[in-house]
Design a protein around this ligand. Sequence first.
Ligand SMILES: NC(=O)c1ccc[n+]([C@@H]2O[C@H](COP(=O)([O-])OP(=O)(O)OC[C@H]3O[C@@H](n4cnc5c(N)ncnc54)[C@H](OP(=O)(O)O)[C@@H]3O)[C@@H](O)[C@H]2O)c1
Length: 234
Amino acid sequence: MRAIITGATGGYGSALCRQAKLSGYDVVAVSKSPDKLQSLVQCGLADEVFALDYLAEGLDANLTNFESFLQGRGLTKIDLLINNAGIGSKQHSLFDESADELRRAFEVNCIGPGQLIRRMAASFSLATVVNISSRRGSVAQNADEQVSKLGCSYTYRISKSALNMLSLCIADELGDRLLSYTVHPGRLRSGIGVQGAELSADDSAVRLFQLIAARPDPSLFYSLEHEQVQTLPW
Ligand SMILES: NC(=O)c1ccc[n+]([C@@H]2O[C@H](COP(=O)([O-])OP(=O)(O)OC[C@H]3O[C@@H](n4cnc5c(N)ncnc54)[C@H](OP(=O)(O)O)[C@@H]3O)[C@@H](O)[C@H]2O)c1
């Protein structure tokens, strides 16, 4: 079994690599920092690594290189693609977030993941896609005063909401040949997590691989915040 994990060098990404290895996958770790990727190999958390920066010039050409890299290793099937790379922002106000910041958030949180799925589904037999979203991408929660008043970046909420729609569009178009899941990992103690979070990246990663193995309904938005998997409103 082969898994491609983006954002593999981050707090959640390295936990996902660890859990993928424990679940028997060969792991292709993808991220933007070559040095950090090499340390994943040294720690035994990745079998292959590929540096891909969604903000670098020439996304199409870079994705073509990634395809060639995988084909060069004789790969025809990808059992699991986890789109986990993501960026946040500490700003909470419309007046603090520039158009460039919004563009960057779209590139990393939605456009890059979408183009990666497109290439992988076109060139390989792709079985399961997991898009790591956030509860902050829920339009319905932002319409709920109790949740919406907690404060969170516009760029993060808008781009994660777009990722959710992308994930559903893929399930809609390609649902007869692959499973496409949308998952909030929970508020994690690591990475871009918030203060006061109690869930470890490792525990969330265990829950994610249990979810994948259970092959639940792709039309729902899953949350791993609690021991029992829950669903969030879109
Ligand atoms: N932590 C939480 O509480 C929480 C809650 C809800 C959702 N999430 C989601 O979970 C995912 C992982 O979050 P995390 O907490 O592990 O964050 P993190 O530690 O900051 O990791 C982010 C990962 O994305 C990669 N990345 C950043 N910019 C990139 C770019 N331009 N091109 C390609 N890769 C890029 C980073 O690479 P480098 O290491 O090279 O910088 C890193 O591997 C994100 O999608 C996040 O939105 C997290």
